[in-house]
Design a binder for this molecule. Structure first.
Ligand code: AMP
Ligand code: GLY
Length: 430
C-alpha cells in the first residue's frame, strides 16, 4: 500500500508515526517532510497547497491513500480534485470544509440544526456591526469569518475593544478577505475542550477528548498561538459527555450536511465550551488539531488506518470501536523565542540520546530543518515533547523532563500544560 501524507508539522509527524505502526509494510510519502518525519517517509517536493500538482503526482505514483493534515488544501478543494481522478483521500470536500473555512456558514448551520453554540450575528457592513456592538453588552467575541490561521477570533471585554476589532476587520481589512464578513458572538463562560471524531458522513467515531493551550504565556496569558501544548484525556469529564456531544452536536450537523448534498467525510474536530447548560460549540475544524493530535494518537491502541481507509474509499465505519490505553499523554511544545511574533531560525537543536531511547517519551518535529550537523530550528513551533504515563501527573513530569533537556538557543515553552486538570478547584464539567 502506498500512502501520501500532506503537511509537515507536529500533527503530521504524529499521524505518520501512528500509521507506520498500523501498517509497517506500507510505503509512505510526505510533502517536504521535516527531519523527524524524513526517516519514515519518502519526500515529495510539492507544497501542501499545490492541490493540482499533488493530484497529478499521486496519480503517477499510484498512491492508494492520501491523508491531508492542514485545512488550506481542503478549503481549496483537494478532496474534490482527488475524487474526480478516483484517488482515495481522507478529508472533506471544499463544500464540506466550509464548516471550518466559513464561520458564518458553520454558525448558520448550527442554528438551523439546533446545535448549541453562542448566539451570533454576521455582518459585512461596518455601520451595522457598530450598531449591534453598541446594542449588546460586552464581553463580545468578534471573529473574521474566513480562515485566519487561528488568529481571527478576538475576545473583547469592553465595547471599545469590540468596536476596534470590528473596525479593523471590516474597514481596515486587517485579516484580508477572511475578514470581509465577520461574526459577532455572545461570550461563553466555561472550560474549553477539543473533540476529534472520524466520520463517514453518517456514523461518528469520537476519539479521546483533549485540551489545547492556545496562549503563549503561563496561566493562559498573552497572545494566541497555534497551540503551546495539549493533553489527553481530560480527567473528570462526565462519562456521558461524549455520547451527549455525539447526539446533540455531531449527528445533527452531519445530517444537515448530508441533506444539503454536501456530506462531511473526514475528521470533524469540535472545539467545545463546557458551560453550565452543557457543551456548546466554539468552532468546527475540518481536520486533526495541532497540538492535540500529538497527545491523542499515542493513546490509541486500535489502528487508525482502517478507519481512514474506509472513509477515504466511501465506505462505512459503523460499528468500529476504537480502543484507547489507560493512562495519559501530555505534549509540551518547544517554541522559538519571540513566537508568535518575530523569531530567529537556524538554531542548532540538541536532543540527548537518553530521551530518544525512552519509550514513554515521544518527540515530534514541527518547525525543524536539516542543518549541516543535525536538526536546526525553522519555525515558531519547533518540537512537541510528549510524555506518556499511568496518569497525567506522570505524563507531565516526563514531558517536562524532556522539554528541559532538549536544547536550542531561544527555547521557549510553557511548564504549566495541563494546569486546569491539576488545580484544586478543578471540578469539571460537561
Ligand atoms: P475560534 O477561532 O472560533 O476557535 O476562537 C479562538 C478562541 O477564542 C477559542 O478557542 C476560545 O478560547 C475563544 N472564543 C471564541 N469564541 C468564543 C465565545 N463565543 N466565547 C468565549 N470564548 C470564545
Ligand atoms: N489546536 C487548534 C487547532 O488545531 O486549530
Amino acid at each position: 500500500m502506498k500512502i501520501l501524507l500532506i503537511g509537515h508539522g507536529g500533527r503530521e509527524h504524529a499521524l505518520l508515526w501512528k500509521l507506520k505502526q498500523d501498517a509497517p509494510g506500507a510505503e509512505f510519502f510526505a510533502t517536504r517532510p521535516n527531519p523527524g518525519m524524513a526517516p519514515l517517509a519518502h519526500p515529495v517536493d510539492l507544497a501542501s497547497d499545490d492541490v493540482e500538482g499533488l493530484a497529478t503526482w499521486a496519480e503517477g505514483a499510484q498512491i492508494n491513500l492520501t491523508i491531508v493534515g492542514p485545512e488550506v488544501p481542503l478549503a481549496n478543494g483537494i478532496a474534490d480534485i482527488f475524487r474526480k481522478r478516483s484517488l482515495p483521500l481522507f478529508g472533506p470536500t471544499s463544500a464540506a470544509a466550509r464548516l471550518e473555512s466559513s464561520k458564518a456558514f458553520a454558525k448558520e448551520l448550527m442554528q438551523r440544526s439546533g446545535v448549541p453554540t453562542a448566539d451570533y450575528r454576521c455582518f459585512t457592513r461596518w455601520e451595522d456591526a457598530e450598531a449591534h456592538i453598541r446594542d449588546h453588552e460586552a464581553p463580545l467575541v468578534v471573529k473574521a469569518s474566513g480562515l485566519a490561521a487561528g488568529k481571527g477570533a478576538i475576545v473583547c471585554s469592553t465595547t471599545e475593544e469590540a468596536l476596534e476589532a470590528a473596525r479593523e476587520m471590516l474597514k481596515e481589512a486587517a485579516f484580508g478577505p477572511a475578514g470581509r464578513e465577520i461574526v459577532i458572538e455572545e461570550f461563553m463562560q466555561g472550560e474549553e475542550i477539543s473533540m476529534f471524531a472520524v466520520t463517514d458522513g453518517r456514523h461518528v467515531i469520537p476519539l479521546l477528548p483533549s485540551q489545547d493551550h492556545k496562549q503563549i504565556g503561563e496561566g493562559d496569558t498573552g497572545p494566541n498561538t497555534g497551540g503551546m501544548g495539549a493533553y489527553a484525556p481530560v480527567p473528570s469529564l462526565a462519562p456521558e459527555l461524549t455520547d451527549r456531544v455525539r447526539d446533540e452536536i455531531y449527528l445533527p450537523i452531519l445530517d444537515a450536511m448530508e441533506r444539503a448534498a454536501t456530506p462531511f467525510r473526514g475528521l470533524l474536530y469540535a472545539g467545545l465550551m463546557l458551560t453550565d447548560s452543557g457543551p456548546r460549540v466554539v468552532e468546527f475544524n475540518c481536520r486533526f488539531g495541532d497540538p492535540e493530535t500529538q497527545a491523542v494518537l499515542p493513546l490509541m491502541d486500535s489502528p487508525l488506518l482502517e478507519l481512514l481507509v474506509a472513509v477515504a474509499r466511501g465506505g462505512s465505519i459503523e460499528g468500529f470501536v476504537p480502543e484507547f490505553r489507560g493512562g495519559a499523554a501530555l505534549n509540551t511544545v518547544l517554541a522559538s523565542e519571540g513566537y508568535p511574533g518575530h523569531y530567529e531560525t537556524g538554531r542548532a537543536i540538541t536532543i540527548p540520546d537518553e530521551l530518544v531511547q525512552d519509550p514513554d517519551l515521544l518527540i515530534f518535529h514541527a518547525g525543524t530543518a536539516e542543518g549541516e550537523d543535525g536538526p536546526v530550528t525553522s519555525g515558531g513551533r519547533v518540537l512537541s515533547v510528549v510524555g506518556l504515563g499511568a496518569d497525567l501527573e506522570e505524563a507531565r513530569a516526563r514531558s517536562l523532563k524532556g522539554a528541559r533537556a532538549i536544547e536550542f538557543e531561544g527555547k521557549t515553552f510553557r511548564s504549566d500544560i495541563g494546569w486546569r486538570a491539576f488545580s484544586p478547584e478543578s471540578s469539571p464539567r460537561g
